[in-house]
Ligand binder design. Sequence first.
Ligand SMILES: *Cc1c(COP(=O)(O)O)cnc(C)c1O
Length: 726
Amino acid sequence: MKKYTRVIPNHYSLPRRIGRLSELAYNLWWVWNPDAQRLFSLIDKHLWHRLLHNPVAFLRQVERPKVNAVTNDLYYLELYDRVMESFDRYMKAEQTWFGEHFPGLQKSQISYFSFEFGLHESLPVYAGGLGVLSGDHLKEASDLGLPMVAVGFVYNEGYFAQKITEDGWQETRSQYLNFNEMPIISLVDENSQPLLVSVDLVDRSISARLWQVQVGRIPLYLLDTDVEQNSPVDRKLTARLYSNDPEVRISQEILLGMGGVRALRLLGYQPTVWHMNEGHSAFLTLERIREKVQSGVPFDQAAAEIRKGNVFTTHTPVPAGNDQFPLWLMDKYFAHVWPELGLTRDQFIDIARHAQPWGEMFSMPVLALRLSEQRNAVSELHGHVSRQMWHFIWPERSEDDVPITHITNGVHTGTWLARRMRLLFDQYLGPDWLEHVDDPEVWARVDAIPDQELWAVRQHLKRRLMSFANERARYHWQAGNIHPVQVVASGVLLEPYSLTIGFARRFATYKRGNLILRDYDRLMRILNNVDMPVQIIFSGKAHPADEPGKLVIQQVYRAVKDARCSGRLVFLEDYDMNVARYLVQGVDVWMNTPRRPNEASGTSGMKAALNGVLNFSVLDGWWHEGYNGRNGWAIGDGKVYADPNQEDEADAASLYDVLENDIIPLYYHFRSSDNLPVEWLARVRDSIRSLIPQFSMKRMLKEYMNELYYPALQAPESPMTVSQEE
Ligand SMILES: *Cc1c(COP(=O)(O)O)cnc(C)c1O
């Protein structure tokens, strides 16, 4: 362990009375506590939105007179005191679920590794669902009091900002993140130099500095190779997510897995549990074996020992989507490692050898599956698919006995629930509903919410979404960087009394963002029925190297611009957690059209359900479990097709039928005398009641704790004796 200091800039010269705002800014607890966010937005609402709700940038840029003004505002000061008190109570963690249920394990440590973390839009170091799941995982670990520590990357060029040309082509803009204006803390050694870890890559050693993001009670350490010790090329190694260059990928993964273990050791951690969220971090297994082999333990024994504490979560239902490296690349990067493990080259490759139609590969999920005692998929259906896909690793077992269990994903309630919806729940579900969000009994009380109030909040959230779209369109129009037709495309003709459908996700072809365009004339009739108009809002990015994905965006965008759609099809540029929040809170229906069984779980529909939005989706991933016939709608009947074209045809037909016969009439007919859609609201209640507890991150993380972490924590491992630097 090395001595180090956390450097939190404190140059805001805030008035003493509200001086702790700078401390609050550096703990992401504010992300899921709307009152804490209000402490910033109340000072200057416009600036707060313009800076993407980033409190660090906000405190640096806000005008001092505005800050001074709130110190005379009694309402503000009362809110400030209340928030700080609840923050202090939270951080003291005197009573937590973990403390209560696992009193003997308070001193243990659970480490969590992921390639990306989606915590908030002001920290754009995530690409999509995997990252957002990791972020939600940490927030809930904090809420439940789990002794967790996490490791990942800070990508200083972010993912990318999306710009759509007038012709609908996705262009990517690089971002350059300024860490001085982000809620991220620098770690330095006793000479005030960045704290470094290093790993060997072929002919050189590269260094990475460590940053810390504080997520409630949980520290997240982020590696960053942009340091002067590295060559210019190596400084860029962690600049971007998901490079297609296999050399960059293997280097990043060596750094995350092996460098990540070294980083935790350097900081003084001795975790018992090592959770790999997806295979990108699986080299950590090799580093842990190497530590033991270097202290004299034979390979087999070392591998058997470290397996007990390892947990692996797989997220990928298609073989080609899995992370794997050609053997020549492994030879290049690991030739110096296998002697350190006491293995020959072939013994080493055998650990994760995977014969693919395109040749032999070293497979990261195979490595993780072989070297973890606990393994899980992320939904029931994905569990079946995974057991089938990885059966070859356990050929002596029947497929059903392949030791991969499933824990279905969930979402972090506080992060995704609209403030107004939260107030409604506070009023009708009892004061401590949020602590018991995973308890179905709490949700039996949802009938107590009057139709009128529920509908008022739903309409409010819809108007908020539309004014958000309007303001963005206005901003781009004013800045002169869009064509007039793009003003329409970005949603200025939307209105809050029409049934509004949201479709936002990564534009990968299997998600079929264009499925609803299949029978274009039928779609026109649906959109433009003057008595019952329908609006559809699209949003999402394609991976920069995914040309077919970009073509789907273009196809959608051309429809959006078509005057025949009368401004009722919309594309919101640059999907991120901010856009996602507006959408999952503001639309009426959340649509999802993956080709089965490609959607391992999906989580955006869970966020929608939380806010009283109804799901309309193919019975894939989580919806296969969530749909009960009354709480939303299904597209198709779950049938498996050999021919994708036939599948598209059948699913599109089902999509139009359900829209025309069920969804649209339910929304517009069955109105009460005061024009409330009473049948619709009954369905919303069914959705809230059945989906919120089951697909909460609290339910999910308790299952991880009970079914995966607890057994791993029980595994006695001889204590590590790593050489300790002074
Ligand atoms: C929730 C979320 C996702 C994942 O949603 P899916 O249902 O898996 O498509 C992706 N991106 C962002 C920004 C999200 O908030």
